[in-house]
Ligand binder design. Sequence first.
Ligand code: NAG
Ligand code: NAG
Ligand code: NAG
Length: 588
Amino acid sequence: MAGLPLSAVAFYLCLLASSSSALRVAPATTSEGRHVRRTAYHFQPAKNWQNDPNGPMYYNGMYHFFYQYNPHGALWDIGNLSWGHSVSGDLVNWAALDTAIDPTAPFDINGCWSGSATILRGGTPAILYTGIDANKEQVQNLAFPKNPADPLLREWHKPSYNPVIPLPADVPGDKFRDPSTAWLGRDGLWRIAVSAEVSGVASTLVYRSADFVHWERNDAPLHSSRAAGMVECPDLFPVKAHGEEGGLDTSASGAGVSHVLKLSVMDTLQDYYMVGRYDDAADAFVPAEPERGDDVRNWRRFDYGHVYAAKSFFDARRNRRVLWAWANESDSQADDVARGWSGVQTVPRKLWLDKDGKQLRQWPIEEIETLRRKRVGLRRNTMLSAGAMNEIVGIAEAQADVEVAFRIPSLEEAEALDSNWLLDPQKLCGEKGASVPGGVGPFGLIVMASGDLQEHTAVFFRVFRHDDKYKVLMCTDLTRSSARAGVYKPPYGGFVDIDIEERKTIKLRTLVDHSVVESYGAEGRACITARVYPEHVETSNSHMFVFNNGTDKVKVTKLEAWELAAATVNVGDEGLIVSESKDESESY
Ligand SMILES: *[C@@H]1O[C@H](CO)[C@@H](O)[C@H](O)[C@H]1NC(C)=O
Ligand SMILES: *[C@@H]1O[C@H](CO)[C@@H](O)[C@H](O)[C@H]1NC(C)=O
Ligand SMILES: *[C@@H]1O[C@H](CO)[C@@H](O)[C@H](O)[C@H]1NC(C)=O
């Protein structure tokens, strides 16, 4: 039995460790009995398929996380999606509950798809989600907790008056979905954003309601564009306008507030965002970078890697906005079935607006640091000359958190960059991988490396000269991450929006978690989440290095690496016991 830190309320949870559940599908396990690809501190259900994060919220001293879940197996199954549900006291350790919403009513009998939670004025939470109805059409439904006094909100009631928003006449039955968290306008009306294709145009519609039950569509969408095709999973949220890290409630508006519109584009299966000004009188969004245009594919990305369908929420307990995103598997469906599960979430990330008013900053929530155990370092000011590779030894590298600061004494040797490359940083990362020596960089980390280096994943920076200025490229190169064929192993990358000439220093933090390599460049200005499937982990340990393959020297001014403990994440898929207790000890 493992206790869970759910201290803010006066009870605790006990999990009956089920020795069989998570392990029975495992062909290859770690010494702790975990499947070699299974993560130790990223959110995963005990088994089966998960995709989009749904309805995250903080309510009554407890964090709730819901997610698209197929209770019947490890693959996406169009008609069988439910809302998985877990609770946590610290966003790190999670207890699995029964599914919260299942396809049982005429308005969702063919699937309960993505949606969001909103805390209503009286303090009760409500969920809006997309149901696939008996006609296989997408409609928006409402659900409330059966018993709001249940600290775990285990059961959800779907009123029989659903759907609250039927399919509009000008929208195709398969293109109307993903209601956002609601925000209150100054006129006292609730608003939500919903994705729809209206007469062939991808639109983010706004609906308004006085009572959360009767919804009326605005004539003008919040955003629309013909160029990128269908978009989904809209998220509109406020951020402090002047680079402060604190978060804002979703209804915040007025002076000192900017807004972020995040959309997921089906065509590329990538998420994009734009900072701007949301005007609740007109229900209009005015982009801060109009030069990027309406085509969402030209907006900014908060992760250049393998994530989709991100969703944020306001964490009132710690006054911050927290974002999750789904990272799918990159090997085959047969592998998913053999493992018995598919899909992880990124670590929860604190999110705020950079001082520049245009780019978001992200950082793993600090609770992750409670998992830090053994720490190792590198001598301060270690100089890395061309070809240097210094091993970071002394910790279990498959479950690690590394922070490193690089100082660039000279930019003299920076390679010239052709303007054409500015449009395709991912391709540039492919052409100029870690093994292609450069001028300033590539320098960075090698993780999940086999002893003979045949397998390794490189996360690195490379500085280019362009128009008398400098451009910093950040890449995660998966091409040698696994010796296995049939695994998706692209290079990932983006340009980091900083002035390297002025700063001369650039930092990298990488979280390694068995099959996840999640990296934060330049204090969270550029992120890359990758999935890796090295073969060597089945028989040997992984190695980690800091390296430089540029002719200009690079100084490591600081390097700290921690081994991370495993969090308690949905272990055992049955046997959850809840009991009242007077134990109020604060765990974090
Ligand atoms: C849902 O899952 C069950 C059990 O695996 C299966 O029999 C059924 O065909 C699935 N329904 C749909 C619509 O896919
Ligand atoms: C999932 O992974 C595959 C690679 O296996 C990738 O091509 C695809 O775009 C991913 N899908 C999503 C929704 O991220
Ligand atoms: C650095 O470049 C050399 C030459 O291509 C290559 O052999 C070596 O593997 C590279 N180092 C890394 C860490 O990729």
